[in-house]
Design a protein around this ligand. Structure first.
Ligand SMILES: [Zn+2]
Ligand SMILES: [Zn+2]
Length: 214
């Protein structure tokens, strides 16, 4: 009789130990997930903006077509291997470049919108503009008040003012036009984007949940 009671007590003890262990593990997993959820920081936090304007024969271009803009949905914050993600425009705002990775060049940005800025000619979507000696119209690139031959290899910097111009305006007129570009990029750098395509200023619930699992 005494023996039996002891065995029962033993098995009860084993039960308690196993249960506590399981509960302990469960609490551990939950705490770990909670920690990852709270402590989450995206690995890539680059996000800044540059100003740019394109003028063709005296008129600023406003790019109404969708092909010039990147869907916010495709802007996951850890996705800087995707060339489209690195530099683009959003929400039909035609004069702000959003940069989401370091070292991105204007050529890379222009490529994303099917364009190219080469010496003597500028490709803008389906149109090409080139220097024409007959009517004195020419392609000019001006970055922060300085004339450039082309934009290849030029890294986009925060709050740059880029003017791409095709027309017969004088150089001094164009430099003045470039310098007069309003620094909207500075506003975009400090405020959160209206759309949630952002690197360092907003982390979505989805990003945090994903991070628990991956
Ligand atoms: Zn942005
Ligand atoms: Zn973006």
């Amino acid at each position: 009789m005494k023996e039996k009671a002891k065995t029962e007590e033993n098995s009860e003890n084993t039960h308690i130990i196993v249960n506590s262990l399981l509960i302990g593990i469960l609490i551990g997993v939950v705490l770990f997930a909670l920690f990852r959820f709270i402590a989450y920081k995206p690995t890539h936090t680059t996000h800044y903006h540059a100003n740019w304007q394109v003028w063709i024969e005296g008129k600023q271009q406003t790019f109404p077509e969708d092909i010039f803009y990147q869907e916010v949905a495709s802007c996951s914050i850890n996705n800087d291997t995707d060339p489209l993600h690195r530099a683009h425009m959003h929400d039909k705002v035609y004069d702000i470049i959003h940069v989401h990775a370091n070292g991105v060049t204007y050529s890379q940005f222009l490529e994303n919108i099917h364009s190219a800025a080469q010496p003597g000619y500028f490709v803008l979507g389906n149109n090409t503009y080139q220097n024409n000696n007959n009517n004195n119209k020419k392609v000019t690139y001006i970055l922060n008040g300085r004339i450039l031959e082309s934009l290849s290899g030029v890294v986009i910097k925060s709050e740059d003012k880029l003017l791409i111009n095709f027309g017969d305006e004088s150089v001094s007129e164009l430099i003045a036009r470039d310098i007069a570009i309003q620094n909207k990029a500075s506003e975009y750098n400090t405020k959160q984007d209206p759309a949630s395509c952002s690197g360092d200023h907003a982390t979505t619930l989805q990003d945090r949940l994903n991070n628990i699992i991956y």
